[in-house]
Write a protein that binds this ligand. Sequence first.
Ligand code: SAM
Length: 223
Amino acid sequence: ERNKRWTDVDSYFSDLLIAHDPMLEEALQNNTAAGLPPQDVAPNQGKLLHLLARIQRARTILEIGTLGGYSTIWLARALPADGRLITLESDPKHAEIARVNIARAGLSDVVEVRVGQALDLLQELDAESRCFDMIFIDADKPNNPKYFEWALKLSRIGSMIIGDNVVRDGAVADADSTDPSVQGVRRFFELIASEPRVSATAIQTVGCKGYDGFAIALVTDDV
Ligand code: SAM
């Protein structure tokens, strides 16, 4: 009942504020048809990411966790013509579907999908001396602490680091949780809290994807 109300309100906002977009809608349909888990961000969350990228005037974006490329498309559409988005995905099937969705959205020149374990690919990006204006962390949550450390390495002053699914039905407040994802998210917050080079907050959200939330950290000092 609660969830139905959350979903109704999400639909209300999305219908009003998010223009009908065949490419994004097709991407979701392709993901479902291919049997991908329905872990894409919601449309109004995708638009939030898009707006944040625009507010940030991001020219380079890193995404950790591509799935079918739904959030990727939202983020890539916020980039200027010479912008670049690199997205990391360990599952070759997910990456393949994402590439198809990204190509259909006309974003193949802007987006690079790299396939492999994110921790290996992050090391590779560091070796290439990459730096990103915005980093979206949305992969396996037990690795969130490591992803945060890499994100910081791949940042500059003013970079924005966003973490998805950081509330986990409220379980994040449970210090005794034995769930590796909850433990990963809690350790991620501890790192952020003790890191003088970032200023951060976190927000709980409800909606068609349930009860969850985002963390946002701004890199404020020399990295
Ligand atoms: N950002 C996507 C969206 O909103 O459309 C959703 C991403 S989904 C929550 C998480 C993705 O991370 C899955 O596709 C999964 O295969 C991938 N993943 C999980 N562990 C990973 C790892 N160690 N390295 C890279 N990708 C990983």
